[in-house]
Design a protein around this ligand. Structure first.
Ligand SMILES: Nc1ncnc2c1ncn2[C@@H]1O[C@H](COP(=O)(O)OP(=O)(O)O)[C@@H](O)[C@H]1O
Ligand SMILES: CC(=O)N[C@@H](CCC(=O)OP(=O)(O)O)C(=O)O
Length: 257
């Protein structure tokens, strides 16, 4: 079974192009089973603004108080997930929305409760429901809210959640769909990146903000043996005639799995 995990960023959910859906259909026709993991950062920020709460980020991760967590879940599960499922279905792609806590899909733990509040990283992924949905031709669409073993809710960065899902499924491919064509430097797309080059771009500030968890997750997924890991745009065709368009992450030369 060919499995593809697609992380769909909040930056692009409301602006996904027709070409994006055509690319998804082309991949399904080529036999890929697809799991979507979505974000929703901009919608969360808009709602926080309405409540006059200032969004605070540390290296791309949202500081999550109890009050913020309620708004995060409201927007992610109530808006972003619904929008993506509606759009997929409207394009003839069978989709079912799930929260990370449904059927115990995502179990996590706090990263640094003191510094970030209720922000987690994934410790375990229960893939059983994905298998059941794949059998009937549905794409699971997952909100990255997780539970701790004690049942506390955690806000998990959607890039990191997608990476954990890709690893748990031993996916053939993991794509991060966002609002830019890939990793850019001086406005130009970088087509191929290895770990050292990526770390240097973070150090010199060329990669910043929400791109940091994305590239770090891309590298960690690659290091787990998933060979096709890319950042692509949801504004255009990211796949056409068997070719992907975006930034592809590559193992360092001389490093073998
Ligand atoms: N080197 C870079 N190349 C491209 N985008 C970058 C880079 N560094 C930071 N970014 C920012 O990262 C954003 C994508 O991350 P983010 O806003 O978190 O998107 P998403 O919601 O899709 O996860 C881009 O729109 C851009 O503003
Ligand atoms: C801990 C943390 O940062 N969680 C993210 C979850 C949503 C997300 O990752 O959305 P994007 O993919 O649009 O960035 C947040 O609260 O914004």
């Amino acid at each position: 079974m060919n499995i593809l995990v697609i992380k769909c960023g909040g930056s692009i959910i409301n602006e996904l192009s027709e070409s994006f859906f055509n690319s998804i259909k082309e991949l399904q026709n080529r036999g890929y089973h697809i799991v979507f993991v979505h974000g929703g950062g901009p919608d969360i920020n808009s709602m926080l603004e309405k409540f006059e709460i200032e969004p605070v980020f540390e290296d791309g991760l949202r500081k999550t108080t109890t009050e913020v967590l309620e708004i995060v879940e409201l927007m992610l599960a109530g808006k972003s997930n619904r929008s993506l499922v509606h759009k997929l279905e409207a394009h003839g792609i069978k989709a079912v929305g799930l929260n990370g806590s449904d059927g115990g899909i995502l179990t996590g733990d706090y990263i640094d409760e003191q510094k970030l509040g209720a922000v987690g990283e994934i410790q375990q992924v229960n893939t059983e429901l994905f298998g059941l949905l794949f059998e009937k031709g549905y794409c699971p669409v997952l909100t990255p809210i997780s539970s701790t073993e004690e049942g506390n809710k955690l806000n998990v960065n959607a890039d990191m959640a997608a990476g954990s899902v890709a690893k748990a499924l031993s996916a053939d491919m993991c794509l991060f769909v966002t609002d830019v064509q890939g990793v850019l430097k001086n406005g130009q797309i970088i087509e191929k990146l290895n770990e050292t080059e990526t770390k240097n771009l973070i150090m010199d500030g060329s990669i910043h903000g929400g791109m940091i968890p994305k590239v770090n997750t891309a590298l960690s997924v690659l290091n787990k043996g998933i060979e096709e890991v890319m950042i692509v745009s949801g504004k255009d065709h990211f796949y056409q005639g068997g070719q992907f368009i975006g930034t592809k992450f590559l193992q360092e030369e001389g490093v073998f799995q």
